[in-house]
Ligand binder design. Structure first.
Ligand code: MN
Length: 435
């Protein structure tokens, strides 16, 4: 694992794009996340800078020659898959060049400005064609809370502290932030009824997660040593694993989640690269006394010291009534990605440990990121304890689970003394009625 800190992380850097110098922006010049947007009839790769987007696809020939030519050529495809296939060094070269182009005093300002577009004018798409999607269960607090609702005496199953648990999800129903989410219908069965019924889910939930895009590839049959796993992480985004708890409760045994989670998964459009996250690497929260040490294939020296990312995560919700009367959304929880039990490097090393090929553009979810405290619980199932303890919104409305018209907003950011604050933007979705 290699952590690169260089001049692009210098907190004193300023951009000639004024909005990038606002201390509250998610996208200062130290971030430079990558995304894909619609321009004319095509798809273009862009870099977020303040409230603007640098169109890398249109600027490729003019501004990204030399050691960034290969990376820029990959961006000309209008998707990040080709850049992800080149691995992290190509993205690092692109980042260094973009930092040079966008900084205050840039000699190429006039040329760069021709390729800047106001962010409010662009429609963002998924950043990559996602071939495969896997969702993990890396938060021990989430696993313990959920487990204790179903098995009060034995919340954590015996494999949890040995195996990063996950399931193969549905790649084709992953949608970009802003896409409305149709309430799913399905089979549900309450304890009082003898047989199940089919209809709209009554226990629709969100899950606050972080997504990890894969860089490079390992061939089928090849494994991924933990020491190399970090170089296979292209970058991170926010992920909402929408979940129908009533469908899930009836269908999950014996093979795990299926229709309860395959109707939609939302992700934020900007991928914050691993280089942008370099100043925010840290060890994961220490494991409890007496917990087993990870097996050797999951135990890496640098992963132990810097396998985590100090990302603060937040979820807020607003009802339609709140939005119509301009009320701010109610913040429901705040948690830290450092509180997970397994790092992304461990998840990737485990995923490939049996010879499964991980391809550029594959997406891996962290699982719901919950902390120990009640206000750090990353889904309504935990926050309302299966609906037994409803929460109140700013409007006075109560929620056990999501209602039609509710909008869920995920946010994430990194802050550390001596570095510029960077953020992930938003991952937004509104629930619309079942069809
Ligand atoms: Mn999940």
């Amino acid at each position: 694992m290699t952590t690169h800190l260089d001049h692009t992380h210098d907190p004193s850097l300023r951009s000639f794009v004024d909005s990038a110098n606002d201390p509250s922006t998610d996208f200062p010049i130290q971030n430079l996340p990558l995304g894909v947007f619609v321009r004319g009839t095509g798809r273009h790769v862009g870099i977020a800078i303040g409230r603007s987007v640098l169109d890398v696809t249109s600027a490729a020939r003019e501004l990204f020659a030399g050691d960034t030519a290969t990376a820029a050529e990959a961006c000309a495809t209008g998707s990040l898959n080709a850049l992800m296939a080149l691995g992290r060094p190509a993205a690092r070269a692109l980042r260094r060049r973009a930092s040079e182009l966008l900084r205050h005093g840039s000699g190429e300002r006039a040329a760069v400005e021709r390729h800047l577009i106001p962010m409010r004018d662009v429609q963002m798409l998924l950043p990559a064609t996602i071939g495969d999607y896997t969702d993990f269960y890396a938060s021990v607090h989430h696993a313990t809370n959920v487990g204790s609702m179903f098995r009060p005496d034995n919340p954590l199953l015996p494999n949890y502290k040995w195996v990063p648990i996950g399931y193969h999800g549905r790649a084709s129903s992953i949608v970009a932030s802003g896409t409305p989410v149709v309430r799913p219908k399905g089979q549900t069965k309450d304890d009082a009824s003898a047989s199940p019924a089919f209809g709209p889910s009554k226990r629709l939930d969100y899950e606050l997660e972080v997504g990890c895009f894969v860089a490079g590839r390992n061939a089928l049959g090849e494994t991924l040593p933990i020491a190399d796993a970090d170089d296979r992480i292209f970058g991170l985004c926010l992920l909402n694993d929408w979940s129908a708890r009533d469908i899930q409760a009836w269908e999950y045994q014996p093979l795990g989640p299926f229709l309860a989670k395959n109707f939609a998964t939302s992700i934020s459009p900007w991928v914050v690269t691993l280089d942008a996250l370099a100043p925010f690497r840290a060890p994961l929260a220490p494991r409890a006394e007496g917990d087993p040490r990870p097996l050797p294939y999951l135990d890496g020296e640098t992963d132990r010291s810097a396998g985590g990312f100090a990302v603060t995560l937040e979820v807020a919700i607003s009802s339609r009534r709140m939005r119509e009367s301009d009320m701010p959304a109610t913040v429901l929880s705040r948690s830290s990605l450092l509180d997970v039990y397994w790092s992304f490097a461990q998840m990737l090393a485990h995923h490939a440990s049996g010879g499964c090929n991980l391809e550029p553009g594959d997406l891996v979810g962290s699982g719901t990121v919950s902390g120990e405290a009640k206000d750090a619980r990353g889904c309504l199932l935990e926050l309302t304890w299966r609906g037994s303890d409803p929460i109140s919104l700013l409007s006075g409305e109560q929620r056990k689970f999501l209602e039609d018209g509710d909008e869920v907003v995920l946010r994430g950011w990194c802050e550390r003394e001596g570095y510029a604050r960077i953020g992930f933007g938003e991952c937004v979705g509104e629930i619309v009625p079942a069809r």
